[in-house]
Write a protein that binds this ligand. Structure first.
Ligand code: FES
Length: 134
C-alpha cells in the first residue's frame, strides 16, 4: 500500500490503529483537531477523505457504501436493466444522495465534484493520516 496523496510540509501523522482493525470495520470516521476524516479499507487499499460533502457540507464519509449501479446495454444499444458493479464501490452522502467513487473520491457523473483526499498510509501495520501543515 502507498500514500494516497502527499502530505503537506509541516504536517503531522496521526495513528488510527491497526490495518487489521480497519479492515474488520471497513471504515473509521474520526475527528482530529476539529476536522472530520473518513478512512476506508477497500480490498488491499486504504483511502481517507475529509468528512465534508462537496455538495452542501454533509457527512459524506458516514454514508452507505454500496456497489456502483450500472445500466446494462445490449449490442443494439437497448437497456437490459440495471446491475451492480463487481469492481467499483460508491459511498452515498446521507444528506442528498450524491455518490462518490471510494477509490478516487470523484462523483461518477462529474469528476470535478469530489471528496477531498487526506494523505494516508500504512506503516508496519498501522494506519496513519497526515493532518495540518501548510
Ligand atoms: S450534502 Fe452531500 S449530497 Fe448534499
Amino acid at each position: 500500500m502507498s500514500a494516497q496523496t502527499t502530505a503537506r510540509p509541516g504536517a503531522r501523522e496521526v495513528s488510527l490503529g491497526s490495518i487489521g482493525d480497519l479492515r474488520a470495520r471497513g471504515r473509521a470516521v474520526v475527528e482530529i483537531d476539529g476536522v472530520g476524516i473518513g478512512v476506508f479499507a477497500i480490498g488491499d487499499e486504504v483511502r481517507a477523505y475529509l468528512n465534508i460533502c462537496p455538495h452542501m457540507g454533509g457527512p459524506a464519509c458516514q454514508g452507505k457504501i454500496m456497489p456502483r449501479t450500472l445500466e446494462v446495454v445490449s449490442d443494439t444499444k437497448q437497456s437490459l436493466g440495471l446491475a451492480f458493479s463487481k469492481d467499483d464501490l460508491h459511498i452515498v452522502c446521507p444528506w442528498h444522495g450524491y455518490e462518490f467513487d471510494m477509490r478516487t473520491g470523484a462523483h461518477p457523473a462529474n469528476p470535478r465534484i469530489r471528496l477531498r483526499p487526506v494523505p494516508v498510509r500504512v506503516v508496519a501495520g498501522e494506519v496513519r493520516v497526515s493532518v495540518g501543515g501548510t
